[in-house]
Design a protein around this ligand. Structure first.
Ligand code: SF4
Length: 165
């Protein structure tokens, strides 16, 4: 799996190649919103043009989270802080010929599962946009506290979900 996770955006074209070798399987490629703009679009054009049978999973958290939160064309602001019109991922996909597109709230598990089951079985290039802003740029509205009377000190909050609080 690491071999297919290393190269940003390459999963889209790798899925196309794999699908030619074993066409009876379902193939999924994952790309973030920033990589979609940086290097993903070219692979998607290739997939549409060559009639690949793959499902694109676009993880849109409205930032470039991995490398420092710098803006990209989908964020609506430039590197100099100027507020500009966002480039819409759905419209880009439609423009390059992706006909089956779903956008779901990434935090709604049921809707996500439903979209994957519904689209991945269809022919051609499908795209599911999982959208939810990065937790690092959208601050929570309220504070949460541990109820010391109920805490059993299992440490799941630290070891499993990594909650720093
Ligand atoms: S997950 Fe476990 S340790 Fe963390 S607050 Fe809940 S009961 Fe306490």
């Amino acid at each position: 799996m690491v071999d297919t996770c290393l190269c940003m955006g390459a999963g889209i074209t790798m899925a196309q190649g794999m699908q030619r070798v074993e066409p009876h399987k379902r193939y999924f490629s994952f790309v973030g919103d920033s990589t979609f703009f940086a290097s993903g679009i070219t692979g998607i054009v290739n997939a549409v043009y060559n009639e690949a049978n793959i499902t694109l999973c676009i993880l849109d958290n409205s930032t470039t989270a991995m490398t420092g939160h710098q803006p990209h064309p989908g964020t609506g602001r430039t590197m100099m802080g100027q507020v500009v019109e966002k480039v819409d991922i759905t419209k880009v996909l439609e423009g390059i010929g992706v006909r089956r597109i779903a956008a779901v709230n990434a935090l709604d598990l049921e809707a996500c599962v439903d979209a994957v089951l519904r689209l991945s079985g269809l022919e051609g290039v499908k795209a599911i946009i999982f959208k939810s802003p990065c937790a690092a740029i959208i601050k929570p509205s309220g504070k949460y506290r541990i109820n010391r009377d109920k805490c059993v000190d299992c440490r799941s909050c630290i070891n499993e979900i990594g909650c720093p609080a």
